[in-house]
Design a protein around this ligand. Structure first.
Ligand code: ARG
Length: 465
């Protein structure tokens, strides 16, 4: 035992106590205590493995396991006193364990360091977080696929440059969102593979002289494998960076959906009604119903992008192996997890409850010459080269602009002044229904294609584990 005055577990070689400010400055318990469950699971697996290879007696192992389970219960009912003096979640739990069970508690840290311990905790934590995110994503995607099936025949204007371009179906638009989220889901599943590798056994940096069975520990903790290199295992946080990057892309997608919901729920578009329970009013303007939830989701992309940059910058130029810098990985990571989960939950609740205003969408599609391309295609079918057809229709549109009418509102005689090839059958292609039905190609907006795609989307979601 040390004869110094320090109050730290590692205080043996110190001759004075840590400065009070430095203790608080270097402590992480305020935020890393949220990993208590993973820390306890990791310690229990480590203890069982130590007992299996004969480093810990079965009695000590049982005392450790029981003690840790009691501590877990204490934490869960709010009866655990966290101490900043004990620096982090790891030392808080270990010190309490030793208070409870005596020397067996001090033997738990054999063949282990906080460096491989914390790296393990973060990976376990992130694995759980990814699973929770995937569950919310699945809920949102299933809501989207169902809504898309219901709205496969609903016609709305499709936009490029936010100018009316061609008519599309609302279901088609919703399935575009679905595709974006499908890739996000695949990215998360892929990221999970690189998260699910176990640092334990790397010890401080070089491995350990105890005969650890790392495969056994990995198996107990449901890791796919132990990390192959101890220096790498304790030092890299690339899995967290990868998660943050995937999260940033996902949030970017949510922000695009959010932006469209904000536009569509405005009086100018008036395409959808958001349920009142997802909106708020104004304290001064009685008529207001603000789309707060989509706006907030749109805004929250900022912090997630910031966290990605924080993690990248934190890792940059770090020499091997563990450095205290890495303690700074947790807050950005945790906030990314909380933000993504919250945004997905809000959207998964809100999207299926959207109320589409079909007649407004249809009316909007009738304005803006959405079928101009169809008229050009009609002329092409009659032998006119596309570039000439484009020119002819452009002139017809100009007349429409000048007289405030859509192409379908003109008489046959009026249309024929632009091309004698135009006949009475032109009015079929100028209808919105005809226009969308004609986009009958794989991936196109024709209602039958959209129904097919929605069914495929539903099956894809159902096959997720
Ligand atoms: N709180 C530390 C962290 O978050 C735990 C590891 C500390 N290791 C050390 N050698 N100081 O990274």
């Amino acid at each position: 035992m040390s004869d110094t005055q320090t109050n730290k577990t590692w205080g043996g070689r110190f001759t004075e106590s840590t400065d009070a400010f430095v203790a608080a400055f270097t402590a992480s318990v305020e935020f890393d205590r949220r990993m208590y469950r993973q820390d306890i699971d990791g310690s229990i697996a480590h203890a069982r493995m130590l007992a299996r290879v004969g480093v810990l007696t079965p009695e000590d192992c049982e005392a450790v396991v029981r003690g840790l389970e009691e501590i877990r219960a204490d934490i869960e009912r709010g009866a655990f006193e966290w101490s900043v003096d004990r620096e982090d979640v790891h030392m808080n739990i270990e010190a309490r364990l030793t208070e409870r069970i005596g020397d067996a508690g001090k033997r738990l840290h054999t063949g282990r360091s906080r460096n491989d311990q914390v790296a393990t905790d973060i990976r376990l934590y992130l694995r759980d977080a990814i699973d929770a995110i995937l569950a919310e994503l699945k809920r949102l995607q299933s809501g989207l696929a169902e809504l898309a099936m219901r709205e496969a025949d609903t016609i709305m204007p499709g936009f490029t440059h936010l100018q009316v371009a061609q008519p599309v179906t609302f279901g088609h638009h919703l399935l575009a969102w679905f595709e974006m989220l499908k890739r996000d889901c695949e990215r998360m599943i892929d990221c999970r593979k690189r998260v699910n590798v176990m640092p334990l056994g790397a010890a401080a940096l070089a491995g350990t002289s105890y005969p650890l069975d790392r495969h056994y520990t990995a198996q107990l903790l449901d890791f796919d494998a132990p990390c192959a290199n101890s220096l790498d295992a304790v030092s890299d946080r690339d899995f967290a960076i990868e998660f943050a990057a995937d999260a940033a892309i996902l949030m970017t997608h949510l922000s695009r959906m959010a932006e469209e919901l904000v536009l569509w729920s405005s009086a100018q578009f008036d395409f959808v009604d958001l349920p009142d329970r997802f909106c708020t009013g104004s304290s001064i303007m009685p008529q207001k119903k603000n789309p707060d939830v989509p706006e907030l989701v749109r805004g929250k992309v900022g912090r997630v992008n910031g966290h990605l940059i924080a993690l990248l910058t934190l890792m940059k130029s770090q020499p091997l192996a563990y450095n205290k810098d890495n303690q700074e990985d947790k807050e950005p990571l945790f906030d990314t997890v909380d933000t993504v989960r919250g945004c997905l939950r809000a959207f998964a609740d809100m999207v299926p409850a959207l109320h589409p205003k079909r007649s407004n969408m249809l009316r909007a599609a009738r304005r803006g010459f959405a079928t101009a391309t169809d008229l050009a295609d009609y002329l092409v079918r009659k032998g006119v080269p596309f570039r000439d057809a484009h020119e002819v229709v452009g002139r017809a549109v100009r007349l429409g602009v000048e007289t405030s009418r859509d192409l379908a509102d003109m008489t046959l005689a009026e249309l024929q002044q632009f091309s004698p090839l135009i006949e009475n059958d032109v009015f079929e292609v100028l209808t919105l229904e005809g226009s969308v039905a004609a986009r009958d190609v794989l991936g196109g907006t024709a209602p039958n294609r959209v129904k097919e795609a929605a069914a495929k989307a539903q099956a894809w979601v159902a096959a997720l584990r």
